[in-house]
Design a protein around this ligand. Sequence first.
Ligand code: NDP
Length: 298
Amino acid sequence: MTEKIIDGKEISSEIREKIKKFSDVLKKESGRTPGLAVVLVGENPASKVYVKNKIEKTKEVGFNSIEHKLDEDVSEEELLSVVDKLNNDDEIQGILVQLPLPKHINSDLVLDTIKPIKDVDGFHAENVGKLWSGLDSLVPCTPLGCSILLKKLSSDLSGKNAVIIGRSNIVGKPMAALLLGMNATVTIAHSRTKNIEELVRSADILVAAVGIPEMVKGNWVKKEAIIIDVGINRIEREGKRILVGDVDFEECMKNSSKITPVPGGVGPMTIACLLLNTLFTSYKQFGKQEIKLSDIFE
Ligand code: NDP
């Protein structure tokens, strides 16, 4: 690994160690253990892998992990009643409904049924509104992870141009809110944007969250740019199944000052931030003095 590479694996492992320490203190002081419930609907292979990883890491930091597996054809009503039960369960501080949900289920309705205080994915409209208003809220895990990686390089992005490719509610939009909060000048590109290459060339900070393997080419990237690659794409190369991001890593690394690899960049940060959110909201729900990101990184 060169010094250009932002090692999300290592940074996330440090964060999880800190979470474990805070979790031990919280358990001792409150006599309670934070509980994270994960709801998985159907048999999507990628979702199953994500959920397995999340459960493993949840246990590692000393939280209780509760898994609810539901059949692909579960009714919306049944799923909502599971969420409702978890909302009212004092043993559960965080609820995560793994996306995507089957087409017959209204995902927005399900996400908005989760109590905002237990919404560790940060997708509830109340948390989204608070994030955009600059108020304290639970922040979506992937963009939160990206912002932590960026803060390690510089906490104030005044005068910097940030370009995000992708406008999803999960990554692109909340990422824009976080970058604005760090004083960057933010542009969001999407499938209807013209001249993406030109926009990318103006970026001091590039966040790629598109889902197109190696879409961003080396000659699109400004010299000394910081590149955060959110993409996780499974492709076949030289007879092997491999994971690549949304940027052409080898080419883009040449121009960039810092870059996240895939795998080992943003992915592990997402899980660490899920646990962070569970820790934050557990302090709140156990009636303890609230803690913030700055407490973790002191
Ligand atoms: P979505 O499919 O929800 O959004 C993709 C975005 O990319 C959309 O806004 C879309 O535009 C835009 N887009 C599509 N094609 C183009 C194009 N040719 N030019 C410019 N923009 C385009 O994806 P997500 O945001 O959920 O995820 C993005 C990527 O990040 C995926 O690879 C996903 O696997 C990965 N991911 C990784 C995570 C991690 O932990 N590392 C977590 C979450 C996602 P439009 O809105 O116009 O359709």
